[in-house]
Design a protein around this ligand. Structure first.
Ligand code: NAD
Ligand code: UDP
Length: 322
């Protein structure tokens, strides 16, 4: 028998959050989306508003929230370096106070709670690929620290609420995720490269482009998050991502090929503390959830590029109408 659950998604108007809200509604649940619209937009979830099982509240997770739900996905936090470095103090507050408030809520109402943690807890890793047992190499005082250390402290809080108050936790360490719905100007590499290629602008390689990332299509990630939430007794931390690794230069070349763009590659200075390599060891997720990504980068880009093409066309049409 299907049980309709009441599920809170913080950061539900963001890139991953909007996909997750859609999935949970499709699975027959009641979804409460809480977002302060710092990087998320009402447009991302506007199509869900007519659904009587969807509810939206403007709320900042650095303040307490009093609602009654069965499960909480805590996604609220800017994820792109330009966004999280825009107001670093607020980023740390969102990660840490947000975790305290949502854990307090979970404790009071006995809800299961999943934290969207990140591969950034590994910093610039000296172990490759990264298993969950690796403790990381994070600069605690650099420009990325507000996010990396904020997320590390949130993990600490999750495990302390679990040990001290028996809160039922799930800590997911999410690796680079992309797909339709990304913000075109959020500065992340996939959105930057596709937008630059579509406009015929130079593709900006930071450094020499030899640094690596492993890109997961958003549908694969959402499937893993839902399975992880449902897995009894699995606290994590658990790496969730696609283990196929690419250099940033390879990504740029693939985007140019797939968009048929004439854009050239240009180099720009490498941002401080930019990790040189990143690849998840997903053995734990494979064994515990029976999950592994199904969408290769080329296929995921083929499903992402049209979204950005539509967006570029809309922007051009609005420019003409002015
Ligand atoms: P996003 O920036 O698109 O979405 C984040 C959402 O949180 C936005 O809607 C934003 O308005 C909201 N938010 C920010 N501060 C808030 C606050 N104080 N109160 C309430 N809402 C707030 O980012 P995303 O890519 O969808 O990431 C979602 C989560 O997944 C984040 O926690 C992020 O750290 C984590 N994550 C994402 C990736 C990725 O590659 N996308 C990788 C690792 C971890
Ligand atoms: N990057 C790049 N050009 C861009 C944007 C990003 O070369 O226009 C690089 C960036 O330096 C990093 C990688 O792409 O090495 C991934 O960057 P992103 O901001 O997407 O995510 P993160 O660094 O958090 O993994």
């Amino acid at each position: 028998m299907h049980l309709r659950r009441r599920i809170l998604v913080t950061g539900g108007a963001g890139f991953v959050g909007a996909h997750l809200c859609r999935r949970l509604l499709a699975d027959g649940h009641d979804v409460l989306c809480a977002d302060n619209f710092f990087t998320g937009t009402k447009d991302a979830i506007a199509h869900l508003l007519p659904d009587p099982h969807f509810e939206l509240i403007r709320h900042d997770v650095t303040f307490p929230l009093y609602v009654e739900v069965d499960e909480i996905y805590n996604l609220a936090c800017p994820a792109s370096p330009i966004h999280y470095q825009h107001d670093p103090v607020q980023t740390t507050k969102t990660a840490v106070h947000g975790a305290i408030n949502m854990l307090g809520l979970a404790k009071r109402i006995r809800a299961r709670i999943l934290q969207a943690s990140t591969s950034e807890v590994y910093g610039d890793p000296e172990v490759h690929p990264q298993p969950e047992s690796y403790r990381g190499n994070v600069n605690p005082i650099g420009p990325r620290a507000c996010y990396d250390e904020g997320k590390r402290c949130a993990e600490t809080l999750f495990f302390d609420y679990h040990r001290q108050y028996a809160v039922d936790i799930r800590v997911a360490r999410i690796f680079n995720t992309y797909g339709p719905g990304m913000h075109p100007n959020d500065g992340r590499v996939v959105s930057n490269f596709i937008m630059q290629a579509l406009r015929g602008d130079p593709i900006t390689l930071y450094g020499d482009g030899s640094q690596t990332r492993s890109f997961c299509f958003v549908d694969d990630l959402v499937e893993a998050l839902v399975r992880f939430m449902a897995a009894d007794g699995a606290t994590g931390p658990m790496n969730l991502g696609n283990p196929t690794e690419f250099t940033i230069r390879e990504l740029a070349e693939l985007v140019i090929e797939m968009t048929g763009s004439r854009s050239e590659l240009v180099t720009r200075p490498l941002p401080a503390d930019d990790p040189t390599q990143r690849q998840p060891d997903i053995s734990l997720a494979r064994d515990t959830l029976g999950w592994q990504p199904t969408v290769a980068l080329r296929d995921g880009l083929a499903r992402t590029i049209p979204y950005f093409q539509d967006m570029a066309q809309d922007a051009a049409a609005q420019g003409l109408a002015k």
